[in-house]
Write a protein that binds this ligand. Structure first.
Ligand SMILES: [Cu+2]
Length: 280
């Protein structure tokens, strides 16, 4: 029962878009208790695209082409051309009060790790383009590139709540500043490099995942019960520019009611987009 040492976090009414407030206001607080989950089930599945795949223009005229290259693809919509699977979908349980322990820390990597200790890193990119974490835990950031990146985190009103200047390569910086900031899935960006955009979300529980290049996700160790499972994909149509950074239209969100049974697996299929979007 070591895990049953109940950690109770001050946390948030998770991902209620548009809700404001801080953790010190109990009306928005939720509590999460870490328990030993011995009979948990698994939720797994895929996200796929239905219809024509919009062709988003890559970013050109990049600053620091010697590191970043001449162009960079848009991360706003990545659909595999053959399988039509969708990457970068955030899948999460809407509410859960008891369950497995979170990770000790949640990593946001940027740049290319030339030692390959961290897989799938790329120069001038956030490895975790979609960056969920558990608010009670450390957020750890590291920049592998020889040039400066500054992850700038915005809240739901698009006010900067944390601007980290990462000028020293390979130096880890841990903090908990985002613990009480922002509600919902919110943007972050590198202010220097227009193509470096992402989204962050602080949860009070660790039941979330992001779809991989094959559109797959998995949540394990889920206590048996009924849940609302949410799949969130960012908007991908540029509606305006903020300096050199594109601002996209509203996200595509799907909810499904599911039941998890002891030691069983629930298969879920999410199909995007949820509405027709025309890209000129
Ligand atoms: Cu940058």
């Amino acid at each position: 029962m070591s895990r049953a040492k109940a950690l109770t976090y001050c946390a948030v009414a998770m991902l209620v878009m548009g809700v404001t407030g801080t953790c010190s206001r109990p009306v928005f607080a939720e509590q999460y208790q870490v328990i030993e989950v011995t009979d948990g089930g698994t939720i797994k599945g895929v996200a796929s695209w239905n219809g024509e795949i919009p062709d988003l223009s890559p970013f050109g005229d990049l600053i620091h082409p010697e590191v970043c290259g001449e162009t960079q693809p848009s991360s706003a919509l990545q659909v595999h051309p053959q399988t039509k699977r969708v990457r970068w979908v955030l899948v999460y349980l809407d509410r859960i009060e008891k369950g497995k322990a979170p990770a000790e820390k949640y990593w946001l990597h940027m740049g290319q790790d030339r030692t390959n200790k961290v897989p799938n890193t790329e120069a001038c990119q956030f490895t975790e383009h979609i960056f969920p974490f558990v608010r009670s835990q450390f957020v750890a950031m590291i920049n592998f590139d020889s040039i400066l990146h500054n992850p700038d985190f915005y809240d739901e009103k698009r006010t900067s709540v944390l601007n980290m200047v990462m000028h020293t390569p390979n130096r880890e910086i841990d903090h908990t500043i985002l613990q009480y900031e922002g509600r919902g899935v919110m943007p972050f960006q590198c202010d220097i490099h227009a193509h470096m955009n992402g989204y962050w979300a602080g949860f009070h529980h660790p039941y979330f995942a992001v779809t991989d290049v094959d559109g797959k996700f998995q949540l394990s160790g889920v206590p048996p019960g009924k849940y609302t499972l949410v799949a969130w994909h960012e908007g991908y149509k540029t509606v305006r520019m903020d300096a050199t950074h594109p601002i996209y239209d509203r996200p595509h969100v799907i909810q499904k009611e599911i039941e998890v049974k002891s030691n069983e697996t629930v298969d879920v299929h999410f199909e995007f987009p949820v509405r027709k979007v025309t890209i000129e």
